[in-house]
Design a protein around this ligand. Structure first.
Ligand SMILES: [Fe+2]
Ligand SMILES: [Fe+2]
Length: 257
């Protein structure tokens, strides 16, 4: 009897420890996300909504249970690299070509920050997921995104430098080179940006955002070209739920339904 009681105590202690570790992990991820968004005009609700849309998409696409939970925890980290470019984020005018290249480096910086963190969280699979999201959330399925990471022979480079010269002449990822998770977060981020008020734009309604994701009338790109057929179709199957998440997680009254 005593053995059973002791075993139960040991199990409870282990559960408490793992719950405490889990809380610490989520706390450090949320703190990082908040730091990244601090100098941006984006509110904390944006990053939490991106988590929710992304998890919804993963479930719609019948991804593995843990993947669905994890993407709902770490999608928010996509712009962690913006901590390195507060001077660019604050600009209220169109960026010059040089500034634009510097802004695009937030993807590389984000991945390098997560590389550093992974030196501590060796056994944490969510960190790999977070790194991939930070690095690739501006890639496009048609290969017209950024950053350049692929040599002419298709070989992917290893990240070393945060200077944009190191990535000149390289191609962005394309098609199946881009993890589906990263395309999901890309769509979630873009949908939320369209719905939100920013310095340079008024908030769009759900129907306007839907129309622009289906066909961007400025670039002529379709949703399938940007996000892939499977991700775009999963969004179209569930777009109403995106609207519900947006409305239920928006405390400011600046948004139109
Ligand atoms: Fe970004
Ligand atoms: Fe974002």
């Amino acid at each position: 009897m005593e053995t059973i009681v002791n075993t139960a105590r040991a199990v409870n202690t282990l559960i408490s420890l793992s719950q405490a570790n889990e809380a610490k992990f989520l706390q450090s991820i949320t703190g990082l996300c908040a730091a990244a968004e601090f100098s941006d005009e984006i509110t904390g609700q944006h990053i939490l909504r991106v988590n929710r849309y992304s998890e919804l998409m993963a479930r719609t696409m019948a991804m593995e249970k843990n993947t669905c939970i994890w993407i709902g925890q770490v999608a928010a980290i996509h712009d962690i690299g913006k901590v390195a470019i507060p001077h660019i984020i604050k600009l209220e005018r169109k960026l010059t070509a040089r500034e634009r290249r510097e802004m695009e480096m937030h993807t590389i910086v984000g991945a390098l920050i997560l590389d550093k963190m992974m030196e501590l969280h060796v056994e944490e699979p969510r960190m790999e997921l977070a790194r991939s999201i930070a690095l690739n959330h501006h890639q496009r399925f048609d290969g017209k995104g950024y950053p350049g990471l692929s040599k002419s022979n298709g070989e992917l480079i290893k990240l070393k430098s945060r200077e944009n010269e190191a990535y000149e002449g390289l191609s962005p990822l394309k098609g199946k080179q881009i993890p589906v998770i990263d395309l999901i977060v890309s769509l979630a981020d873009i949908y939320d940006a369209l719905r939100s008020k920013r310095q340079y734009k008024a908030p769009f309604s759900h129907q306007e955002a839907l129309k622009l994701i289906r066909l961007d009338d400025r670039s002529g790109s379709t949703g399938e070209q940007v996000f892939s057929k499977e991700v775009f179709e999963a969004f179209m199957d569930n777009h109403q739920a995106f609207d519900e998440i947006f409305l239920s997680m928006s405390s400011n009254a600046l948004n139109r339904s």
